[in-house]
Design a protein around this ligand. Structure first.
Ligand code: URA
Length: 451
């Protein structure tokens, strides 16, 4: 056994694995398995794993190594067991952005279409928001369900909105925390293994990936975003999970609201058929792909019709109410946005000059939300659910001087002043606008389709 024996011997063996990877060689599947098992059992120190992660960052992984690492991470924990079912299970994953609240709409919509949606999401990361933080702005809402509780809820009402439980891919949880502090997050194979080990543990039949590109995306470069999508599709398809990706724009915030409770309110408006156009277009496009990978729609038209029906009939909104109730939240938020946390200071921000809005820079907006207290600087920071922005200006809009373009929601005056400065930097008026297409490509196991 590679890693058996006393600490000193094991440390030496791990050092040879690091050395091989550092020199551009490959580790065998059995070596990945043993290494990840030993790391999860606290038998490999973080300093060695950090060195290996940095070697992977520079050298990459062969397809065989990536498959072995993903499987080892997946097998480091338990999987969701949805029992004997006649209904397909699907999920969606977004690589993250600012104002991206599509999960809050899609989970109840797809459950209302009759599918099982065991949706596992994350917290805000850097300037990007996280679905768990948004959900927790609903008074009482619990995202920390244990695995068996989540399974039971999905069987009962078709959906659970949860965080990574301690049972799911524990190796990923530890590796991700290490990557975060060792500058090894931005590695395509490590990102792909991390995301797919968790998604595959949900036991879903189909997965739709929303891979963002543009200045506010985790990977702003479209080529890297496409490679990440292709890598994740390869991992999913090889493990029996139909996986499709859409490449979508994150060179401006999605929708109007950015900030936790404000985004919940906008998602509810979307489920009431009153959402902003870009949010609804992307939600329908992702939802149609989810129905298609699940084999629950004949074609895209049929899928769009089904999605439209659950919004118009109120079935999706009812399902959101049921999910909130099941997870301990106050379902009154669905009918009364005043039941969500409210920021005490609201300020209108007006266009300082007339002209065409050329950019609304999402990174600047995301960082301003963090500064307002709506995101975390450190992992254990508490967040203020009420703060954020509602920005009505879109790239390409012609605006008059003094026209209201945004509302700031802040805890106090000094927060509102800093937020106004952030808007002055983020909203650029005057240069030509060249926003990215909202949905640029559809990627499947068969190739890349420009849209
Ligand atoms: N999200 C994840 O879950 N893992 C990564 O590596 C990056 C984003």
């Amino acid at each position: 056994m590679l890693l058996a024996g006393a600490g000193a011997a094991m440390t030496m063996v791990v050092a040879t694995l690091i050395e091989r990877k550092r020199n551009g060689g490959a580790l065998a599947p059995a070596e990945w398995r043993e290494l990840i098992t030993a790391y999860t059992a606290d038998q490999v120190p973080d300093y060695q794993m950090s060195a290996l992660l940095m070697a992977i960052y520079f050298r990459g992984l062969s397809p065989e190594e990536l498959a072995a690492l993903t499987d080892a991470m997946l097998e480091s924990g338990d999987r969701l067991d949805l029992g004997r079912r006649t209904v397909p299970a699907v999920d969606k994953h977004s690589t993250g952005g600012v104002g991206d609240k599509t999960s809050l709409l899609l989970a109840p919509m797809l459950a209302a279409c009759g599918l099982m949606v065991p949706m596992m999401s994350g917290r805000g990361l850097g300037h990007t928001g996280g679905t768990l933080d948004k959900l927790e702005s609903i008074p009482g809402f619990r995202t920390d369900l244990r695995l068996r509780e989540a399974e039971d809820q999905v069987r009962r009402i078709g959906c659970a909105l949860i965080g990574q439980t301690p049972e799911i891919a524990p190796a990923d949880k530890r590796l991700y925390a290490l990557r975060d502090v060792t500058a090894t997050v931005e590695s395509i194979p490590l990102i792909a293994a991390s995301i797919m080990s968790k998604k595959l543990a949900e036991g879903v039949d189909g997965l739709v990936l929303d891979v963002k590109t543009g200045s506010g995306a985790f990977l702003p470069d479209p080529e890297m975003a496409r490679t990440l999508a292709e890598t994740m599709i390869g991992l999913g398809e090889a493990r029996g999970c139909r996986t499709v990706a859409l490449l979508t724009a994150m060179d401006r915030p999605l929708g109007r609201a950015a900030g936790n409770a404000l985004e919940v309110e906008e998602a509810i408006e979307g489920l009431q058929g009153r959402g902003p156009d870009d949010l609804m277009e992307l939600t329908y496009a992702l939802g149609a792909e989810m129905l298609l990978v699940a084999g629950a729609a004949a074609d895209r038209r049929d899928a769009q019709r089904k999605l439209g029906h659950v919004i118009e009939s109120g079935a999706a909104l009812d399902r959101l109410r049921a999910i909130i109730e099941a997870q301990g939240g106050n379902p009154a938020v669905v009918d009364d946005p005043g039941a969500l946390p409210q920021a005490p200071v609201e300020r209108i921000w007006e266009a300082p000059v007339a002209g065409i809005v050329s950019r609304v820079e999402p990174r600047r907006i995301g960082r301003a939300i963090m500064a307002l207290g709506g995101g975390r600087m450190k992992v254990d920071d508490a967040i203020d659910p009420a703060v954020g922005f509602v920005i009505t200006a879109r790239p390409g809009d012609l605006v008059a001087r003094g026209q209201p373009l945004a509302t700031i929601h802040a805890r106090d005056d000094s927060g509102a002043r800093a937020a106004a400065q952030a808007l002055a930097e983020a909203i650029v008026i005057g240069e030509p606008a060249a926003p990215l297409p909202l949905i640029s490509h559809r990627i499947t196991r068969d190739g890349v389709e420009p849209l």
